[in-house]
Write a protein of this length. Structure first.
Length: 107
């Protein structure tokens, strides 16, 4: 099995655990015949690995670039009814995690 396939397999397992409602990793692993230490190892590995998430573009946003607009280092991102204000120096990994959560709740 190629590394990318193995990563995807473990990501699928982690996602299945998180969406299962089972209260503990140990219990889920026992139910699904998955090694607990391997599960924890892959959870940590995939959590710290940079992710490249492709989000479907639902609509284009118009930006007013008139001369009266002040130059700013703040960006506002809207996902559904939620707005996120991003400032210079933000955490990319935290932003990706927030987008993943929002995407899973916006249909």
């Amino acid at each position: 099995m190629l590394l990318d396939e193995r990563k995807q397999m473990w990501q699928d397992r982690i996602d299945a655990y998180k969406s299962s409602g089972v209260p503990s990793v140990k219990a889920w692993c026992k139910q699904n015949q998955v090694g607990v230490q391997s599960m924890y190892s892959w959870m940590k590995r995939l959590e710290t690995e940079p992710t490249h998430v492709a989000y479907p573009l639902t609509q284009w946003v118009a930006i007013d670039s008139s001369n009266s607009m002040e130059e700013t280092s703040t960006l506002t991102v809207k996902v559904g009814d939620v707005s996120i204000e991003i400032k210079e120096g933000f955490s990319h990994s935290l932003f990706n995690e927030v987008l993943q959560v929002l995407q899973s709740h916006v249909k």
